[in-house]
Design a protein around this ligand. Sequence first.
Ligand code: 5RP
Length: 221
Amino acid sequence: MTATDPKLTQKKSAAKAALSHIEDGMILGVGTGSTVNCLIELLPKVRLKGAVASSQVTEDKLKALGIEIYDLNQLGVLDLYIDGADEIDAKGNMIKGGGGALTREKIVAAASNRFICMVDDSKIVNTLGKFPVAIEVLPQARSYVARELVAMGGDPVYREGFVTDYGNVILDTYDLDITDAAKMEFTLNNIVGVVCHGIFASQSADLMLKAGSTGVDTVVF
Ligand code: 5RP
């Protein structure tokens, strides 16, 4: 992606719009990905008390800016979590996890009062599922979980050479029927060996900052 890439420009616009939702003295939940990287670059403009990072990559970037990192276990509920998404529907349900940070992202999102999702308009879908669902699996359960996914009509692809922050592996799964995101989230949660997966229906977005060619729209769910 080049500096003049229109998608990058849109990601930067969404990130700039997100800044106005951050209050002085906050401990902010910070997501992972190229859109969040645009936000991280802008964080020196606000007065955070600190941050909870959703991945090691994000943590390293925040530390490099001198932002204090908090362990979620030291804190109560966070006011705000800001992240991107791979797909988002009209109800704020999302597919996340393209970057493989889905489990930590879901934990920080679950521990936060509000989730603001920053997207460029290519991420908007009617029904989730064109983007594969990243399913984080305990290494020993990989083949078993893959067979279960195939039995459900899915097409799991092992993300070779990738290990999550928690030492697990990822099955990027195509062709799941996600017409009911909450139902599929629940079904996948119940497969033994699945640690977490990238359907965010229980942890859906509360607000979306959608960047397009004409500016950034705010959508409240
Ligand atoms: C990482 C994620 C990201 O939020 C998602 O992949 C979107 O990334 P980007 O902002 O680079 O398009 O879930 O695990």
